[in-house]
Design a protein around this ligand. Structure first.
Ligand code: NI
Length: 134
């Protein structure tokens, strides 16, 4: 941190007590670090609402590898959008299920479109996208 500015805020005692309990549970060393993280998280949430903002995302999908053509479709979808795909990781969960984590980079709009086309494939049981603005 190159430069910081000190600010004072007023809080009702009950709110401060709840906040202190929360930051202790999460392991924050002090209130300042916790408040900084809360502000960054809220700014990030705002940023990823903008479809044109640049972001990275981890798309996690769970699917049955016996599903017809699913693995080929998933690979083709990633190749067709090569510029947005940074990497992917495949984990064999059990006899039937696989977890694929695909990291995408691009605008929020592009990422959501790609993620939705991955998650909506037949055979995908569960899909989740976690976006972070860059
Ligand atoms: Ni597998």
């Amino acid at each position: 941190m190159s430069q910081v500015e000190r600010v004072g805020i007023s809080l009702p005692p009950e709110l401060l007590e709840s906040f202190d309990k929360l930051i202790e549970e999460r392991g924050y060393p002090n209130r300042s670090e916790a408040v900084r993280d809360l502000i960054r998280a809220e700014l990030d949430r705002q940023q990823v609402k903008n479809q044109k903002a640049v972001a990275v995302a981890a798309v996690c999908i769970v699917y049955d590898h016996h599903s017809t053509q699913l693995m080929q479709k998933l690979t083709a979808l990633q190749h067709n959008r090569l510029l947005e795909t940074i990497c992917s990781m495949h984990i064999h969960l059990d006899k039937h299920n696989c977890l694929e984590i695909i990291v995408l980079k691009g605008t929020v709009g592009q990422i959501n479109k790609t993620a939705e086309s991955l998650i909506s494939q037949k055979g995908v049981k569960l899909g989740r996208t976690n976006l972070i603005s860059t």
